[in-house]
Design a protein around this ligand. Structure first.
Ligand code: FAD
Length: 414
């Protein structure tokens, strides 16, 4: 369906986006092209590196990347990750997962993706690093914002793209405990030496309720990525400082065999530890007045929830609706109507990520491995691959008009 542009719906609108990871810069890409004056405020002092490899899969993800003009740029920096293996205590393979299941159509480090988006928007968008919203007050016509460091400013719209622990969501919808559904698992990711000499592959080792993955996604052959996933009932660990989080990981993984002692040694040396709860955001609406949530801030799904592709598709929809509706109220309502079921489907996909990676007992570990072996037999393998893209494709993209002239552009055309 081809949508008509609402002439000048966005021209010179002042939009503040909180968060410069994936969702924020993806939205900024579209809004700047429509002539908005976009400011992105990012809490970190510079673009954040580190974290997982993230992937895009299925027609909707691919199509949005193409419409952004970034499909080739992402492919150029893709990981080319291969098969991932689950191994037993003796180091022998118990089961494996094919690349299309774990790494989608194209996989890239989140930091590299963020860099591509930033590079592509930085001449058209004002980036403010090292600051955060402190307060936000809405009037019928504007939003007055104060910052932790910078001077107060006024905007027409504010977008919370500031992740699972969103400040914008807290300021507008209240304390995060009311909206975060903890999935009783944590995930930690950090760099380590590639002692196993892995080459674009991963080995996963389990003990009941715990998983350790060692992966090499390409690039520097000396470097591997450690992923730890463990079961835990206490929802409070994500708020602890990194030292306490390291201690928790040490306690939790003490005494395990395989490469775990070396992985724990690397934990002491890494400067870039990602540690967070596996949790999902559940809200009964994504906007309030002139403020709207995007990506993990509004419907974060955790590992297995296709969060990066989801953020990208939803940024496309939000910008498209803002450009084609007479006002922000109608646009936010249409955005929500189109993406709610889609986002819920992706969240559902992630419900079992913790128990799948870190089964609770030895018996469940064996059962998981058996299931994966069976699923890769003959005709079942096609079904298995299909399942991995179903949630990602469960949206029909509207054909929003691409802005071509008069945008606040430095000549960048897509
Ligand atoms: C450093 C990092 C590492 C990650 N690693 C993993 C991983 O290993 N596994 C995984 O499943 N997911 C990981 N994620 C989450 C994954 O990137 C998202 O699920 C997905 O890409 C959707 O992106 P998003 O832009 O909505 O949110 P996010 O990628 O979470 O980005 C939110 C951005 O908002 C910024 N921010 C937070 N609070 C404020 C504030 N008050 N003011 C301004 N800016 C703020 C953050 O610094 C961040 O840059 C990681 C995210 C980050 C930032």
């Amino acid at each position: 369906m081809r949508e008509e542009a609402s002439p000048d719906a966005l021209r010179d609108r002042r939009v503040l986006i909180s968060g410069a990871s994936v969702a924020g810069p993806a939205l900024a890409h579209w809004l700047a092209a429509h002539g908005c004056a976009v400011t992105i405020v990012e809490k970190a002092p510079a673009l954040r590196q580190g974290g997982f490899a993230v992937d895009f899969r299925g027609a909707a993800h691919r199509e949005v990347l193409r419409r952004m003009g970034l499909w080739d740029a992402v492919r150029e920096r893709q990981t080319h990750m291969g098969t991932q293996h689950f191994i037993g205590p003796d180091g022998r393979e118990q089961a494996s997962l094919p690349p299309e299941f774990m790494s989608g159509d194209v996989e890239i480090f989140r930091g590299d993706l963020s860099e591509i988006f930033h590079e592509h928007t930085k001449d058209r968008v004002e980036y403010v690093f090292g600051d955060s919203l402190a307060t936000l007050e809405q009037t019928p016509d504007e939003v007055h914002v104060t910052f932790e460091r910078g001077a107060p400013r006024t905007f027409d719209l504010v977008v919370g793209a500031d992740g699972l622990h969103s400040t914008v969501r807290r300021l507008v919808f209240g304390d995060e405990a009311r909206h975060l559904r903890f999935l009783n698992h944590y995930v930690a990711v950090y760099d380590a030496p590639n002692h196993l000499g892995l080459d674009r592959t991963a080995r996963w080792f389990n003990a009941p309720g715990r998983a350790v993955g060692l992966a090499h996604y390409g690039g520097d052959p000396a470097k591997a990525l450690v992923t730890m996933v463990f079961a835990e009932q206490d929802p409070g660990y994500a708020r602890l400082g990194p030292e306490r989080q390291r201690e928790i990981l040490r306690e939790r993984y003490a005494g395990l065999g395989w490469e775990v002692p070396r992985a724990l040694k690397a934990l002491e040396e890494t400067e870039d530890l990602y540690f967070d709860a596996m949790a999902q955001v559940r809200l009964d609406r994504f906007s309030e007045g002139r403020v709207v949530l995007l990506g993990d801030a509004g419907y974060g799904a955790t590992m297995g929830g296709l969060g990066t592709g989801l953020a990208l598709v939803c940024a496309y929809v939000l910008a498209g609706e803002l450009a084609t509706r007479p006002g922000h109220r109608a646009a936010f309502a249409a955005y929500e109507e189109q993406i709610r079921a889609y986002a819920l489907g992706c969240q559902k996909n992630a419900d079992s990520a913790g128990p799948m990676l870190a089964p609770a007992t030895d018996r469940r570990i064996r059962l998981r491995n058996l299931t994966y072996r069976v699923l890769q037999l003959g005709p079942l393998s096609a079904l298995f691959s299909r399942l991995s893209v179903r949630a990602a494709e469960a949206i029909e993209l509207k054909d929003y008009p691409l802005p071509v002239s008069g945008a606040r552009s430095s000549g960048v055309r897509d």
